[in-house]
Each structure stands twice: as C-alpha cells, then as structure tokens.
Ligand binder design. Structure first.
Ligand code: B1M
Length: 218
C-alpha cells in the first residue's frame, strides 16, 4: 500500500471503530515513512471530526463514537513515544485533568503527549476531575500550570467552579490556569478568569511556555 492509501484506509477504519486494523495501519504507516504528525492530522483527527458530524446529524450514536474513540486511542498508544521523544529538559510541571461530569479524554491525552514531548512533567488527573482533586494535587505537586479540559457545553461551567475553589483555597496566585477543549473559546476562557487558552495541542504547549516565561520574569 502507498502512504496515501494507508492514510485513506486509516480514516475509514477509525470511523468504523476497527481498532485492530487502525493499529495495524498505524504501524504500516510508520514503516512506510509517514510521520506521526501526518497520521494524526491527515487521518485520525479528521476521522473523529467526521464521527462527530455524523453524530450531530443522527447518523451515528454513542456506541459508534465510543468505538471510534477507542480506535484512535489505540493508535495514540503507538504514536505517544514518537511524539514525546525529544529528549527536552524539564521546562515546568503541568497538572492536567478533564473536568467533573466529562469523560472525554482523547484530546486531553494528546495535549499531554505534546507537553511531555516539549519537556514538561505532566501529572494527569484523568477524567471527571472534581475541584477538590485539583486542589489536593496542586498542594501535593505545586505545578507551574493547571490545565483543565472540557468537551461539552454542559461541563464548561466547571472551569469557573474550579477556579473559584482554587481561589478560595488561597492558591490562585501560585498557579497559571489554562483551559481548552472543543467547545471552548478565548472569550469563554476570559469570562471564567483563566490565564490562558489554546485551541489545539501544539498551541497549548506554546502558550504554556509563554505564560511560564512571563510569570518567572516577574
Ligand atoms: Co462525545 N461529544 N459525547 N463522546 N464526542 C463530542 C465532544 C461532540 C462535539 C459530538 C457532536 O455532537 N458533534 C458532543 C458535544 C456537544 C457539545 O456539548 N458542544 C458530544 C456529546 C454530546 C457526547 C455525549 C453527551 C453523548 C451522549 O451521551 N448523548 C456523551 C457525554 C459523556 C460525558 O462526558 N459525560 C459523549 C460521549 C462520548 C464517548 C464516550 C462515546 C467518546 C469519548 C471517548 C474518549 O474521549 N475516550 C466521544 C467522542 C469520541 C466524541 C467525538 C466524536 C470525538 C472527540 C475527540 O476525541 N476528538 C466528539 C466530536 C468532535 O470532537 N468532533 C464528541 C479528537 C480530539 C483530538 O480533539 O477533543 O477537540 P479534541 O481535543 C483537542 C482540542 O480541544 C485541544 O487540544 C486537543 C488536541 O488538539 N484541547 C486543549 C483539549 N484539551 C485542551 C486543554 C488545553 C488546551 C487545549 O489547555 C489546558
């Protein structure tokens, strides 16, 4: 198969949620010289976007979204060391979690991979993270940045709740707070009082570095 054929089939099989074949195609793609970035941005991410569009149209339901997500996660396991393996020095500690009420984690995991690749130490609190878990982890790890992901319009308000609780706990000035996730915008980040927002994983890395440099220069 040519690299283009591999990407095309990967797009289709991810949409069908055929995890074993997506895994096989990921390995074949790498052997054929495809970069991890190309596998992500030319096949896996567009495929999940199409899954989301089909769900909105009522052509797909939750089980289809679930298996497509699993197929992508399997491929990410293979890509993780390749995306993260830059040998960069530790540039800061990043505490990351998907907010309470939200089980989406693929986007968060991708941000984590890119952060690790850029030299961040990442502490991942997983999904459905309640405010008290963020607070306990801030106390324990004293991160430079606290990152919160939300993927539903119904869970985005948890940013404000979390920031309020972190402020009440007297820790707001100790950490930089970044938010992100598919429905989140810069305007929303400003409204909830976050320090930073990024639309995708690589921008998140750049933004985190910028914000840390500004804070350390003060
Ligand atoms: Co869900 N889901 N889902 N889902 N799901 C979406 C998000 C949706 C947009 C689909 C749609 O309608 N088009 C929609 C949300 C609508 C809305 O609120 N605006 C939706 C819905 C409605 C639901 C349920 C409510 C469905 C139901 O039960 N009726 C339900 C909710 C469950 C819950 O959380 N309580 C649900 C469930 C699920 C599954 C469990 C089946 C599965 C999740 C599997 C998993 O994550 N392990 C799933 C999936 C797979 C999706 C779609 C299809 C794909 C999400 C994904 O992984 N995208 C999604 C449709 C879509 O996004 N087009 C959809 C790929 C990923 C790489 O992108 O997540 O955007 P993304 O992450 C990006 C950026 O957002 C950014 O960087 C990432 C990488 O570039 N980013 C940050 C993320 N976090 C960041 C943090 C930062 C900075 C940047 O700083 C801290």
């Amino acid at each position: 198969m040519t690299p283009d054929e591999i990407l095309k089939e990967m797009y289709e099989r991810t949409m069908e949620g055929n995890a074993p074949r997506v895994l096989e195609l990921t390995n074949m793609g790498l052997e054929a010289g495809l970069t991890p970035d190309s596998i992500l941005f030319d096949a896996l991410i567009p495929s999940l976007e199409e899954v989301g569009a089909r769900f909105e149209r009522g052509d797909y339901f939750v089980p289809e979204m679930l298996i497509a997500g699993r197929a992508m996660s399997g491929a990410l396991d293979v890509l993780r060391p390749l995306l993260a393996d830059t040998g960069a020095e530790t540039v800061g500690t990043f505490l990351m979690g998907t907010v309470k009420g939200d089980v989406h984690d693929i986007g968060k995991n991708l941000v984590n991979i890119m952060l690790e690749g850029a030299g961040f130490q990442v502490i991942d609190l997983g999904v459905q993270t309640p405010p008290e878990k963020f607070i306990d982890a801030i106390k324990e790890h004293q991160p430079d940045v606290v990152g919160m992901s939300a993927f539903l319009t119904t869970t985005m308000p948890m940013f404000k709740v979390n920031i309020h609780e972190i402020t009440k706990a007297g820790m707001r000035d100790d950490v930089i707070i970044m938010v992100g996730g598919a429905p989140v915008t810069q305007e929303y980040a400003d409204v909830v009082g976050a320090d930073g927002y990024a639309a995708d994983a690589s921008t998140a890395v750049r933004k985190a570095k910028e914000l840390i440099a500004i804070k350390r220069a003060k």
